[in-house]
Design a protein around this ligand. Structure first.
Ligand SMILES: Nc1ncnc2c1ncn2[C@@H]1O[C@H](COP(=O)(O)OP(=O)(O)OP(=O)(O)O)[C@@H](O)[C@H]1O
Length: 620
């Protein structure tokens, strides 16, 4: 069963960076999924949670011990005090020391294992993310901006990674501190206990509201920063165009506008944070003042000791930090649910181009390539066909030339053979095996496409040539370079084959880059070799030498040459002339010249000597 590859692809223009906050249900299932991922490390999770629990409980002992120490110190200062009182004070001091050290140790374990779990989960997600990116189809990459994917793989992934340490552990910590602490205080003195806790609801509310507001501005800021990075990315990518058009001022203005938008929002965030910090400080200090005043009266009337009052005040000081962090906890939940939803949406994206169930390895016996009434439309084209009724057959040793006006569908044909896209109708087969029924791995080994865009990696010439076969022997790399007429140039370089080509091959000329990509594809020794307008920057003489050198290589392979330059494909066994996604003329060079149609007109335009041309040229 073959489906239209593009019909399952999501709408064009949909972007992962603009997915709004996840709905409650979806958010919750995302958080549960993150937790399931976290629980793949049960021992570390258990150690972290137990350590957090113990550290929080020990922290609660500190105000009690301090209160007791103050009362005991008062007793020691009394004239009638004996050595027993002094011993009791020493004991309390020692216990306080031990509790503090233990708390420190458990907090260390909590931080260490909490971070370890987060990093481990982050590592697994990063691998899954990168693996998915490698497998997603061209149709997916056509509609999702690279910058959005980078944001997803960095910022969103971090939001998920940190959920355990900044969200889940805080729930445990705050649960113990606020729950058990409140019980201890209230059971000691109901009125004073309630007064001590009076700042908690206000600070918890303010902190949560603030963090949620900061979160929504953060989402907008993220989008604005993403615009900023797109502007920068495009500027750097097109630096030669910018300089050539003396467009620096325009580019600076564009960058400044994007930057100013981001700066305004950053200022707004500072305002929100500062005003709320002041309100929270005020409410805490006001509650402390009330406890001092009310508790002081109780001390004077002998209802409670000074130590008990100190216990309440110390507890308030301990509690204020985690309560302020309630907002961070809420934020961590909100961030993890949005970021996780976006990330899982990508990880769960159905692959449009994948191995069919039970797909077999492609077995190349002869190496015959056949297009049978192939039709194709791109996703988002509204079903408007890019190719219709394409049929041809190419046998080993044969060369097929494809020529036609820009946009007539030539490169699209090249992209269908290795299944960069799947046909919308008809079939493509190699030796009678439908390419959708064989494994992608075996198909892409058998089909080598020299792309229009001569992309190179920032590494040595040798590594670039051996990209598809990193274990290849040096002699084989040299042979591929010789076929591509690049060997003599390379050995003339001071560092020879280990010369670094610069970013995207910046240190090479356009023609050298193209020849290097030809050598890279030849290394695969494919059964079907496609040159997609990949000799445009190579002079006709060098191209001729490449063709001569490759004669033996091409003997038992199918070669497809797509070109605007007739001299590149005139020698082909069959030439297809494309127009509007259809083959409108086909035949050998001589047959097409004799036909006197569009090919003939193009020939007259490009190659016929001036004095031999007819007065009026047909449109080509
Ligand atoms: N990724 C894509 N998504 C949507 N439409 C596309 C995509 N790639 C190409 N097209 C459209 O499909 C049509 C055929 O494009 P194709 O690149 O195959 O033409 P071509 O004949 O190779 O052109 P050129 O000679 O300029 O390279 C064009 O109208 C083009 O705009």
């Amino acid at each position: 069963m073959h489906t239209d590859a593009n019909s399952s692809a999501p709408e064009r223009g949909k972007s992962f960076a603009h997915v709004a906050e996840a709905s409650w249900g979806k958010g919750l299932s995302t958080l549960l999924r993150i937790m399931r991922m976290t629980l793949r490390h049960p021992w570390q999770v258990a150690i972290t949670i137990v350590s957090t629990f113990i550290a929080a409980t020990l922290q609660l002992l500190i105000p009690r011990l301090l209160g007791r120490a103050i009362d005991q110190a008062q007793g020691v200062m009394a004239e009638s005090a004996g050595t027993a009182a002094q011993h009791a004070l020493w004991n309390t001091a020692l216990t306080l020391l031990v509790v503090s050290v233990l708390r420190g140790l458990f907090t260390m374990a909590q931080n260490y294992y909490g971070e370890a779990v987060g990093h481990q989960t982050g590592y697994e997600l990063r691998l899954a993310f990168y693996e998915k990116i490698q497998r997603l189809s061209f149709a997916f990459h056509d509609r999702v901006h690279t910058g959005d994917l980078i944001t997803l793989g960095l910022l969103d992934l971090d939001g998920v990674r940190m959920f355990f340490s900044t969200g889940v552990l805080r729930v445990v910590l705050l649960g113990v501190l606020i729950g058990v602490g409140a019980y201890l205080l209230i059971s000691t003195d109901l009125a004073l206990g309630l007064l001590s806790l009076s700042f908690v609801p206000f600070v918890a509310w303010r902190s949560s509201v603030t963090q949620l507001r900061l979160r929504s501005t953060w989402l907008t800021l993220q989008q604005r920063l993403s615009v900023l990075s797109r502007v920068m990315d495009e500027n750097l990518g097109g630096i030669r165009v910018v300089r050539a058009f003396a467009a620096q001022r325009h580019e600076l203005e564009k960058f400044d506008r994007a930057k100013r938008d981001a700066l305004d929002l950053a200022k707004e965030r500072v305002d929100i944070r500062v005003s709320n910090t002041s309100a929270m400080n005020f409410s805490f200090l006001a509650a402390m003042g009330l406890v001092l005043w009310f508790g002081g009266q109780k001390v004077m009337s002998g209802q409670i000791s000074v130590g008990t009052l100190a216990q309440f005040l110390t507890f308030m000081t301990i509690l204020q930090m985690p309560v302020r962090q309630l907002g961070l906890m809420v934020n961590s939940f909100a961030r993890a649910s949005t970021c996780g939803t976006r990330l899982f949406e990508l990880l769960d994206t159905e692959l449009d181009i994948k191995d069919a169930p039970g797909a077999r390895e492609l077995v190349v016996t002869e190496g015959v390539l056949r297009f049978e009434n192939v039709g194709f439309h791109y996703a988002g084209s509204g079903g408007r066909p890019t190719l219709s009724g394409i049929s041809f057959e190419a046998r080993p040793g044969q060369t097929i030339g494809i020529v036609g006006a820009p946009g007539s569908g030539k490169s699209t044909i090249a992209h269908l053979i290795p299944r960069f896209y799947d046909v919308s109708s008809g079939t493509i087969d190699i030796d009678g095996q439908d390419i959708r029924e064989v494994t992608l791995q075996s198909l892409r080994k058998a089909v080598g496409v020299v792309q229009q865009d001569a992309f190179l990696f920032t590494t040595s010439i040798e590594n670039n040539i051996a990209y598809g076969n990193p274990w290849a022997r040096e002699t084989r790399i040299g042979q591929a370079a010789e076929y591509a007429q690049l060997h003599n140039y390379i050995i003339g370089l001071p560092a020879g084959y280990i010369t670094i080509v610069g970013e995207r091959g910046a240190s090479l000329s356009g023609g050298q880059r193209q020849r290097l990509t030809i050598a890279r594809t030849l290394m695969l020794r494919p059964s079907v070799l496609v040159f997609d307008d990949s000799t445009a920057a190579i002079d006709a003489g060098t191209e001729q030498r490449i063709r001569a050198a490759m004669k033996r290589f091409a003997k038992d392979r199918v070669t497809l040459i797509i070109s605007h330059r007739l001299s590149s494909l005139m020698h082909a066994d069959q030439i297809l002339f494309m127009e509007g996604g259809r083959i409108v003329e086909r035949g050998t060079h001589e047959e097409l010249l004799a036909l006197g149609g569009r090919y003939r007109a193009l020939y007259d335009l490009q190659l016929r000597p001036d004095d031999d041309r007819p007065a009026a040229l047909g449109a080509a």
